[in-house]
Design a protein around this ligand. Structure first.
Ligand code: SF4
Length: 345
């Protein structure tokens, strides 16, 4: 029998961008949400065992999360196909084809709750998308669905405001789910600051990113990322690099880099990309070529299921040491200039 009032959501891919919306939406419709557990080694190996080797890590992780939900006994699993988020702005083929992928590789007693969002197609608006989802739970009342959509936007907006003001992902999510907006006190400056650039599923999944936020914090490095920027700032970043928008998640990579290239408080840029990702390699190439105009050092970290933690830490440490040295030289030069100004020598 289908469990009508429960939905399982994989803690992967679009979870890191849109889960607050889905939390507000499904809760308003009185549908209980079951999340898959945080990513572990087992999640990755379960997912990797079902897809071809060349598949990128985030998709292997996604498949692993679906398996985790099945193991928890969840019968309805949410696997939307998000083709295009605005006219002529597309997701990569793997994200677009997620329902087909899951249907073909994962066996088990579950139903895929799927719907397609393709805003490049005429008349495919968000309300059509969410209606298609609600209908699968026999909810057909248009007003009720519209109300749930509004509730989703409220939670998402609250979450966005908090992360833009520097609250970490997990706390912002916790408060947004409780209908709270907590603005954290201004964080202390640290000796150096980096912009961490990558998709939400690559930087916020602690297993995939090897908890890079914590590692940088231990090195006394302040971290900025795309979540702290408004849509206007990300668009401005794209424009400053003269980059053409094509990919749905290009703002969080190219737009973010373009913004922080021009930000004086940023000493260096760290990008995290998945091995084998076509869109990321194109975006990274674009960023690297244009970075020469901005004089900011860049470190690119590529992740896959074989990435070793020791090598990962060594590269981050070496990069941060170089940033510390650059900073000392810069401060010394500034001091000499001030001394010369005071003494006139
Ligand atoms: S954008 Fe790249 S990393 Fe993300 S799912 Fe597509 S291929 Fe994988």
């Amino acid at each position: 029998m289908t469990d009508k009032k429960t939905i399982g959501i994989p803690r992967a891919i679009s979870y890191y961008n849109y889960f607050p919306f889905w939390y507000g939406f499904f809760s308003n419709l009185e549908i209980d949400i079951i999340l898959s557990d945080p990513t572990t080694k087992k999640t990755v190996s379960d997912g990797a065992s079902l897809v071809v080797t060349e598949t990128c890590l985030p998709i292997k992780v996604y498949v692993g999360h679906v398996i985790n939900l099945i193991e928890k006994g969840v019968k309805n699993i949410f696997v939307p196909s998000i083709q295009s988020i605005a006219p002529k702005i597309y997701n990569c083929s793997k994200i677009r084809g997620l329902p087909d992928l899951i249907r073909n590789v994962v066996r088990g007693d579950f139903k895929i709750i799927e719907a397609t969002l393709d805003r490049s197609e005429k008349n495919n608006d968000l309300i059509d998308f969410v209606t298609e989802i609600a209908n699968q739970f026999d909810i057909v009342d248009t007003n009720k669905i519209k109300q749930a959509q509004t509730a989703g936007f409220v939670v998402q907006n609250n979450f966005n405001v908090m992360v833009q003001n520097g609250l970490d992902f997990e706390n912002a999510l916790k408060y947004a789910k409780n209908a709270q907006v907590i603005i954290p006190p201004k964080q202390e400056e640290k000796p150096i600051s980096v912009a961490l650039i990558g998709h939400g599923y690559n930087i916020y999944d602690k297993h995939a990113s090897m908890d890079i936020f914590k590692k940088l914090d231990k090195m006394d490095v302040r971290v900025y990322n795309s979540y702290q920027l408004t849509p206007e700032q990300l668009k401005g970043g794209m424009a400053s690099l003269n980059s053409t928008l094509y990919w749905a998640n290009q703002h969080e990579v190219t737009g973010c880099a373009g913004h922080y290239f021009q930000d004086d408080k940023i000493d260096g840029i760290i990008t995290i990309t998945a091995f084998g990702c076509g869109p990321d390699s194109l975006m990274l190439e674009d960023i690297k070529r244009k970075s020469k105009n901005f004089n900011k050092p860049i470190l690119n970290l590529t992740i896959d299921e074989h990435t070793g933690e020791a090598g990962f830490i060594t590269r981050i440490e070496a990069f941060c040491d170089m940033l510390y040295r650059n900073k000392r030289v810069k401060l010394l030069k500034q001091k000499n200039t001030v001394d010369k100004f005071i003494t006139g020598v």
